[in-house]
Design a protein. Structure first.
Length: 119
């Protein structure tokens, strides 16, 4: 049953990641990977929130592992940094990496703190 919950969450998270990337590219262009940044920060916040709440294991599998796991993406993040570096956009690559890691970690911390505050 857990595998099905993870798959169901992923079936929603992965298309949402794709659609978010398309929307962000249309709005802000593709000079920087705003779509990946957006889903990674939002997913980090949600995962921090979920893991801070006393939720049943099935809910964590569905929303945490499935949805957040498919929504967020470390491999695309890494590829985008490499692509910026290959285009000799070293400052943009470093700034994107720093912003992503700082914002994602901060968002997870805020999500966890919010969970503690409400539970």
């Amino acid at each position: 049953m857990t595998v099905l919950l993870v798959a169901l969450g992923a079936a929603v998270g992965a298309p949402l990641r794709y659609l978010t990337d398309r929307v962000m590219r249309a709005r802000f262009g593709d000079a920087l990977p705003w779509g990946t940044l957006t889903v990674n920060v939002a997913g980090s916040f949600l995962l921090g929130l979920l893991l801070g709440l006393p939720l049943p294991a099935g809910t964590v599998a569905l929303l945490g592992t499935g949805f957040c796991g498919a929504l967020t993406t470390c491999s695309t993040f890494s590829w985008e940094i490499l692509s910026l570096t290959r285009r000799s956009e070293i400052a943009a690559a470093a700034g994107y990496a720093l912003l992503s890691i700082t914002a994602g970690t901060g968002a997870a911390g805020i999500g966890g703190a919010l969970a503690q505050a409400v539970s």
